[in-house]
Design a protein around this ligand. Structure first.
Ligand code: ATP
Ligand code: MG
Length: 261
């Protein structure tokens, strides 16, 4: 199984470099309680990744040498956040192992074109839990860019033949339109990949250099079309992730191919 912990959940997205320690610890506890051990965890950037990436325009590729400093700063910030997540998982007795995406992926115009998955597979073979994250990455055409946690999730779900994907978000799931802008937005409980264009996924309220919900849906539609169901739920509501991991019924969105609309 591939699990994404949204940057929107594990950080305070509006405040640069502010982790949500309580959320990180609670989610680590829920993962431990679920009993699931064949797992890859990917987390987003939230306020550790997006503001720095934006300031140095890392996602737009190389333009001037000063950006290299930003590349380093963005990666270091993500390492800090990764350290908090990994330490929380270790504190729950889980065999979490940090795995920096910068060192195992190359992209071409933002899409993973080369991957060195040997370390990840070796960790899984030893029953460890690799913990990756949205990161800076060297790009064959752009020089460098941002590799989103969502893109890593989609790539790994397909490359590893995952049984399913769970995404923990700061909202209950996929709505017909942004629930943080429109309080009357309605949760979509079952969604088919061919129907994602009907979802209105406006720009995120906080800075999101990786395209927010719209890009997330495109990435996950690819996964669902390949036969891997994707479940979106709130990582802010205590107990939701635990239930989602156990496959129990919980408020959220199931994105799956071939179900009736
Ligand atoms: N139709 C929609 N349904 C649900 N959320 C939506 C929709 N349109 C926009 N959003 C916004 O998408 C946000 C979640 O995506 P966002 O990229 O901010 O989180 P994330 O991927 O968890 O964070 P990160 O990119 O740091 O990992 C929600 O906070 C919500 O405001
Ligand atoms: Mg995002």
């Amino acid at each position: 199984m591939v699990l994404k912990l949204g940057g929107s959940v594990i950080t305070v997205k509006e405040e640069p470099l502010r982790p949500d320690g309580a959320a990180i610890r609670r989610l680590a506890r829920e993962i431990a309680s679920s009993g699931i051990r064949e797992l890859v965890v990917v987390h987003g950037g939230g306020s550790f990744g997006h503001p720095l990436a934006e300031r140095y325009a890392i996602h737009e590729g190389f333009r001037e040498p000063n950006q290299l400093r930003g590349l380093a700063e963005t990666h270091l910030a993500m390492e800090e956040l990764n350290k908090l997540v990994v330490r929380a998982l270790l504190a729950e007795g889980l065999p979490a192992v940090p795995l920096p995406p910068f060192s195992c992926f190359i992209t071409k115009r933002g899409t993973i074109s080369r991957a060195f998955l040997a370390p990840l597979k070796a960790i899984l073979a030893l029953k460890g839990i690799p913990v990756l994250y949205g990161d800076v990455v060297m790009d064959e055409e752009l020089g460098f860019t941002i590799l989103s946690g969502d893109h890593i999730v989609a790539y790994l779900a397909l490359a590893l033949g995952a049984s399913r994907v769970v995404l923990a978000l700061d909202v209950d799931g996929v709505f017909n339109r942004d629930p943080r802008r429109y309080p009357d937005a309605m949760l979509i409980e079952a969604l088919r990949p061919e129907d994602i264009s009907a979802v209105e996924a406006g720009g995120a309220l906080a800075i999101d250099v990786t395209g927010g919900m719209a890009r997330k849906l495109q990435e996950m539609a690819r996964v669902a079309l390949a036969g891997v169901p994707v479940f979106f739920t709130s990582g802010r509501r205590p107990g939701n992730l635990l239930k989602a991991l156990r496959g129990e019924k919980v408020r959220g969105t199931l994105l799956k191919a071939g179900q009736r609309a």
